[in-house]
Design a protein around this ligand. Structure first.
Ligand SMILES: NC(=O)c1ccc[n+]([C@@H]2O[C@H](COP(=O)([O-])OP(=O)(O)OC[C@H]3O[C@@H](n4cnc5c(N)ncnc54)[C@H](OP(=O)(O)O)[C@@H]3O)[C@@H](O)[C@H]2O)c1
Length: 331
């Protein structure tokens, strides 16, 4: 049995989803000869540390009942630096102004000789090259499948399954909130403000929806694609961005009558753009609801399109778990 020790830094929707998935998949993983032991969990109030392996069921219950997982005052950085383990799972909130606290956590992990798996797009949209270099200089893995497209395995597909192909261009819908709003506006002929309020009531849109509706969240994800797949050194400031706030039901109705839908499309290749685009109704990019989609044009395989859930606790944990297993198998 190969034992892999991990920490979970951030214990919100994604961190708890990872813990739940590890509990549910314990037998499955053991059958594959892998024992994933969580030795540290941090949230904003402190940490739980146990070198022998944390009881994840009690950690989840404590978080639910007390609002914190902490049994001690140790900070995330103290866990990353001082607790002996192999992989830091960094799942703290995205901050696209300065990348904190994720950037510092990831850099500390590499300095301490630990691999990083993350769903936190902020640090990658701001300082991807630095993080990649820190990982490579230390001979460590840096995996970030969950940062773009939630459960949709874009990076694994391109870097592993499509290895040997040159990627010519990628188009996608990478924000479920805006896709939901545009889908509902089209189907129900409702104005933007009303659909936004509905999305907020359903928990699909944040109280402050700016990052989503202005296209900033999509731009951050596009930058990670540009840097990881096209080897660029972009930040989200390099993306030409137009959001969806000015789209009217009349424009959507006109598109509809001509067999088109309007989608917030991200494009990477020669240039980086996020903008509302007319998409034919039968086109693979024309996915509805909160779905995400990526359509990848390659020289050998031609066009490959994948779509799926772009968010959700367990769905996002799926990508995190796959990155953890990649490292477990290859380190
Ligand atoms: N939710 C999704 O579906 C989804 C999908 C793809 C990517 N992501 C990304 O994944 C990351 C996590 O998302 P989430 O939905 O799990 O967020 P969340 O529910 O807000 O959870 C964030 C967690 O980080 C903790 N935290 C905040 N500051 C911290 C610090 N300085 N040190 C240690 N822990 C700290 C919070 O502590 P408290 O619990 O004490 O507040 C909380 O447990 C974000 O970067 C997000 O953009 C999320």
């Amino acid at each position: 049995m190969k034992t892999v020790k991990i920490s979970i830094i951030g214990f919100g929707a994604v961190g708890q989803g990872v813990a739940r998935s590890l509990l549910d998949k314990r037998d499955y993983l053991n059958k594959q000869g892998i024992d994933i032991r969580v030795v540290g969990i941090s949230d904003s109030k402190g940490s739980e540390i146990n070198a022998a392996g944390i009881d994840l069921e009690s950690a989840l219950l404590r978080k639910k009942q007390k609002g914190t997982v902490a049994t001690g005052a140790e900070s995330a950085l103290e866990v990353i630096r001082s607790v002996e383990h192999d992989i830091v799972v960094e799942v703290t909130p995205t901050n696209i102004d300065n990348g904190k606290p994720g950037f510092g956590n990831m850099r500390a992990a590499f300095e301490a000789g630990r691999h990083v798996v993350t769903s936190n797009k902020g640090p990658l949209a701001l300082r991807f090259a630095e993080l990649k270099e820190a990982a490579e200089d230390n001979g460590l893995f840096f995996r970030y499948e969950a940062t773009v497209g939630g459960a949709v395995p874009i990076f694994n597909l391109v870097h592993e399954a499509l290895a040997g192909n040159t990627v010519i261009g990628i188009e996608g819908i990478l924000n479920g909130t805006t896709n939901y709003i545009l889908t509902r506006m089209t189907e129900e002929r409702m104005p933007y403000e009303l659909v936004l309020r509905e999305a907020q009531e359903l928990g699909i849109a944040e109280t402050d929806p700016t990052y989503d509706v202005e296209g900033i969240d999509s731009a951050c994800k596009l930058v990670i694609i540009a840097n990881s797949i096209f080897g660029q050194d972009a930040t989200y400031h390099d993306v030409d961005v137009t959001g969806i706030t000015k789209i009217t039901p009349e424009a959507l109705e006109l598109a509809n009558r001509n067999n088109y839908v309007v989608k917030l499309v991200c494009e990477a290749g020669n240039k980086l753009t996020v903008a509302p685009r007319l998409v034919p109704k039968r086109h693979p990019l024309a996915v509805g609801g909160t779905l995400n989609v990526a359509s990848i044009l390659t020289d050998l395989a031609g066009r490959i399109t994948i779509s799926g859930k772009g968010a959700g606790s367990i769905e996002t944990a799926s990508s995190v778990l796959s990155d953890i297993l990649y490292i477990a198998r290859n380190s």
